[in-house]
Write a protein that binds this ligand. Structure first.
Ligand SMILES: Cc1cc2nc3c(=O)[nH]c(=O)nc-3n(C[C@H](O)[C@H](O)[C@H](O)COP(=O)(O)OP(=O)(O)OC[C@H]3O[C@@H](n4cnc5c(N)ncnc54)[C@H](O)[C@@H]3O)c2cc1C
Length: 380
């Protein structure tokens, strides 16, 4: 895709910011599983927590494709995959649904502070017994006068340890399954909400996550987002944003890794030649380039359909599936091309592989993306 001068300027600015401000110290933070709030604030001030949100709420008002270009530039310039993941989870799975379906009360009370990054929001959907089968969730929201009482457990919740607000999906009518799911906005200090931070993630380690317990957690009726039963549609829409825009990060990260591999294959000499001279090394790099370019095409195609308001779930599922699998394979290839240093975490070469592993799981696993594509092909 040919970038317009404005897009080019924006992408260059993001690349510079990512390289100069977000990358330094990334490997040490990754080793220590450190979420750096100061860096979050800096990224938010740069505008990274409100990319597609209208300017009236303090956002940048970018369309989907322009948002993808910014996230891709972050992937190319920023070694701190966990920080970008946290920023994206906040923006696409929480702020976007609040912007699109929240009431004027939610907008007035939260939106500006979420867009400015002052408040952090976590999307709390997954449960111990409801992962891929997300619409089988069991957390219950029982009506009690002018309030709802929430009970349940949510796990693997990105940003939970640092979140000020939770977008909680619970059921108001278990017998109606997906038509009973209802979203609620629950502030962290609500009695009955408790967070247990979790540690030891394989990749995206600077992104904090945890388990959220809801025990007799009372919220007013005004905490409900949309009508009762509207949660599945809202969640589905937020996943289209996340599967599209968030995965632009991996496209940029694949390009960064490819550049490192080309540089290494040109400079590292064995048997009197640069290792890139050996066809089996060169072909690995050719395959990385192919994966990068096909990922980019699928990403932009999905983004363009979404931008035009056309049906895009098939394109988004294919893009998410292809990018996440490609990032994993290219991460493996990068390690092989570097040899010994490839498995030394201090070099950062293994970061793509480690960050790609969770990418095949969150926002719907690769298997579930294949199930969507198969269904769209009339196979199930
Ligand atoms: C880094 C990370 C961040 C996350 N952040 C969040 C968050 O912020 N909020 C949130 O709510 N959740 C979050 N999650 C949870 C994530 O959405 C779930 O892990 C994911 O949906 C898979 O659910 P599960 O882990 O229970 O696996 P399971 O659903 O138990 O799946 C296990 C395996 O079985 C396969 N499988 C299951 N059902 C089928 C089927 N019908 N057909 C074929 N294969 C199937 C899966 O594909 C997978 O390979 C996050 C996860 C990760 C890894």
């Amino acid at each position: 895709m040919e970038l317009s001068p404005a897009q080019h300027e924006r992408v260059s600015a993001v690349l510079n910011f990512a390289r100069s401000r977000l990358s330094p110290g990334a490997r040490a933070r990754d080793a220590a599983e450190l979420f750096d709030r100061k860096l979050w604030d800096e990224a938010a001030e740069f505008g990274l927590t409100g990319l597609p949100i209208p300017e009236a709420w303090g956002g940048s008002g970018l369309d989907v494709v322009d948002t993808m270009l910014v996230i891709e530039a972050l992937g190319k310039g920023c070694e701190d995959g966990g920080l970008v993941f946290s920023l994206c989870a906040h923006t696409f799975a929480s702020v976007v649904p609040i912007w699109r379906s929240g009431s004027s009360h939610h907008h007035e009370r939260y939106l500006r502070d979420l867009v400015s990054g002052k408040l952090i929001c976590a999307n709390a959907t997954t449960e111990p017994e409801a992962g891929s089968d997300v619409y089988g969730l069991k957390s219950i929201a029982r009506r009690d006068g002018a309030e709802y009482v929430l009970d349940g457990t949510k796990c693997f919740i990105t940003n939970a340890p640092v979140a000020d607000l939770f977008l909680v999906y619970a059921t108001t009518a278990p017998e109606r399954r997906l038509f009973g799911i209802t979203p609620f906005l629950v502030p962290r200090d609500t009695p009955g909400l408790r967070v247990a931070p979790e540690h030891g993630k394989t990749g995206l380690r600077t992104s904090p996550w945890g388990t959220v317990y809801l025990e007799e957690c009372r919220v007013p009726e005004s905490a409900r987002v949309g009508p009762e039963g509207s949660g599945a549609a809202l969640f589905g829409e937020s996943m289209v944003w996340e599967r599209g825009c968030l995965f632009a990060y991996y496209v940029g990260a694949m390009e960064r890794s490819l550049d490192q591999c080309i540089e290494h294959a040109r400079s590292r000499r064995q048997f009197g030649h640069p290792i890139g001279h050996f066809q089996s090394v060169a072909n690995r790099i050719v395959d990385m380039k192919l994966r990068l370019e096909t990922s980019r095409l699928l990403l932009y195609h999905a983004g363009e359909l979404q931008r035009q308001g056309k049906r895009c779930d098939l394109a988004v599922a294919m893009s998410k599936l292809w990018i996440s699998e490609s990032a994993l394979q290219s991460g493996l290839d990068a390690i092989q091309i570097f040899g010994g240093p490839g498995v030394v975490s201090d070099t950062g070469v293994d970061a793509l592989l480690r960050d790609a592993l969770p990418g095949r799981i969150f926002s719907g696993t690769s298997e579930m993306q294949r199930a969507i594509v198969a269904r769209m092909l009339g196979l199930a």
